[in-house]
Design a protein around this ligand. Structure first.
Ligand code: SF4
Ligand code: SF4
Ligand code: FES
Length: 493
């Protein structure tokens, strides 16, 4: 028996693996079949009855999400009969849905709104009062639930049962009294809760972190990689480009890395990107200086010491290109022979894994950094709670490349306190912490969303970052700084 089947949808032929549904075949062909309850990351429920299609030879319309594709099958998704079925299924879903779009956070990305424009546009025949249900329920630290907006698609229930296996949600009562809710005395408490707001096709689940902050049509999205841990989930980052303000992250499907999901910790990875959380210009002994002056001072300092008196402290939160440019410039152009240290937070449990996505290594590029060090023939010394190797290294100048994601370094203050005991310290990073203020030179750097480069995840998957316009136009990435540093050094020769 062949493991492929060929069918036709709207007279276009498509071959799919045996066992695929009509919905999957249509997706592969680029044909949209309206749907609410079907989600490619969840089991099939077949409850919304929206995805009706005509299958030749079958007496009634069928649901595309739960009908297997078979050899020679002829499917129609666009005839008047099918369009009518979509229209009236949509009206059925809207019978008890409140028309509060102007104050609903889902407006602009609501599947009810979108489908109404695509397949609805009917004259409402609804004359009865809508059924009222509990609104704005606090169901946990991250989400608000408006049960009146729910269309009972059960995606959220399946997510809780199948992905997080926490089974917090259920649909209670029957008929028009059926209501989504949490089981008695239970709250949504896991690290994947915002996915519920993503998969809810309407505004029943909304994210507390995003509610009422910005209308979605003001947001521009860009593709990037979450820097929150070594999994490297593929994400979309949303920025209001008029204000240069970042507002949220959402998962982007990658079957090899994160599937359809991301964790709540990763959702916070926009907070440190905005101007108020960052150092904006270089400081030398606490005084603001130009980038050129800061780089000149670093170049002079490197050149004024003997080659083996330089220490470099990396954290694994920079791109592979940044490590490579730093080491090559120091060695080839500045003729230095730096001792290299890797700083990891003392609380880190690098092997931890929650069984879904989140890893104990809170650095996005440990693997890429180690690959570059190996290429450069460097065996770094680990600084993890114990800083004595650095203290006794005899370094007269220490270049520290601090973590962008400071929440991954809960003992940051303590570590910085040890670094400033060194003779002269240059800190590449945006930290506004008190200890950072005592560094000799501080140079702000571009964040992950602003630079091109590569992160290699725990599994060896190399993923490219793509630069958005930087919040502070004069601030550069470490590889850009070291290219300039190399030029300064060569000019002086
Ligand atoms: S709350 Fe949203 S995801 Fe859950 S059943 Fe209702 S509409 Fe579906
Ligand atoms: S699992 Fe890691 S990479 Fe994925 S979203 Fe969470 S913090 Fe980000
Ligand atoms: S998407 Fe097919 S029944 Fe809901």
């Amino acid at each position: 028996m062949s493991n492929q089947v060929t069918l036709s949808i709207n007279n276009q032929s498509i071959t799919v693996p045996a066992g695929s549904t009509i919905m999957e075949a249509a997706q592969k062909l680029g044909v949209t079949v309206p749907h609410f309850c079907w989600h490619p990351g969840l089991s099939i429920a077949g409850v919304c009855r929206f995805c009706m299609v005509r299958v030749e030879g079958m007496p009634k319309l069928q649901i595309a999400c739960n009908t297997p594709a078979s050899e020679g099958m002829k499917v129609d998704t666009v005839s008047d009969e099918v369009k009518d079925a979509h229209k009236w299924a949509l009206e059925f879903h809207l019978i008890n849905h409140p028309l509060d779009c102007p104050i609903c956070d889902q407006a602009g990305e609501c599947e009810l709104q979108n489908y109404y424009m695509k397949v609805g546009k009917y004259q409402s025949q609804m004359e009865d009062e809508k059924v009222l249900k509990p609104k704005a329920l606090d169901v946990g630290d991250t989400l608000v639930l408006d049960t009146e907006r729910c269309i009972l698609c059960s995606r959220c229930v399946r997510f809780e049962d199948e992905v997080t296996k926490t089974s917090t949600l259920g649909i209670f009562n029957r008929g028009d009294q059926a209501t989504i809710g949490t089981y008695k005395d239970r709250k949504i408490k896991h690290n994947y809760s915002y996915n519920l707001a993503d998969i809810c096709p309407v505004g029943a689940f909304t994210a507390k972190d995003f509610r009422f902050k910005c209308r979605v049509w003001f947001l521009k999205e860009s593709k990037t990689v979450c820097p929150g841990c070594s999994t490297g989930c593929n994400v979309n980052l949303f920025q209001n480009s008029n204000q240069r303000e970042y507002y949220r992250l959402k998962p982007r499907h990658n079957a090899d890395v994160n599937g359809h999901w991301m964790c709540d910790t990763g959702r916070t990875m926009y907070e440190h990107l905005n101007a108020s959380a960052r150092l904006s210009s270089p400081l030398l002994n606490g005084e603001s200086v130009s980038h050129q002056a800061a780089l000149q001072a670093v170049t002079d300092a490197v050149k004024s010491i003997s080659a083996d008196k330089l220490a470099v402290v990396f954290t694994a939160q920079f791109t592979s290109e940044e490590y490579s440019a730093t080491l090559k410039t120091l060695k080839a152009t500045l003729k230095s022979a730096p001792k290299v240290f890797v700083w990891r937070d003392e609380s880190e449990k690098i092997e931890d894994f929650d069984g879904i996505l989140f890893r104990g290594d809170r650095n996005p590029n440990t693997r890429g950094m180690m690959d570059v060090l190996k290429e450069e023939g460097i065996n770094p010394v680990m600084l993890k709670g114990d800083f004595s190797a650095l203290a006794s290294s005899g370094a007269e100048l220490t270049l520290i490349f601090g973590p962008e994601i400071e929440v991954g370094y809960p003992n940051l203050q303590k570590a910085l306190g040890r670094f400033i005991e060194m003779k002269k310290t240059v800190y590449f990073g945006n930290s506004l912490s008190e200890a950072a203020k005592r560094m000799w030179i501080r140079i702000p750097v571009k964040v992950f969303a602003e630079k091109n480069g590569t992160f290699v995840n725990f599994n060896g998957v190399a993923q490219k970052l793509k630069a958005n316009a930087p919040v502070f136009p004069a601030v550069k990435s470490v590889d850009e700084y070291f290219a300039e540093l190399g030029k300064i050094a060569q000019t002086a020769i």
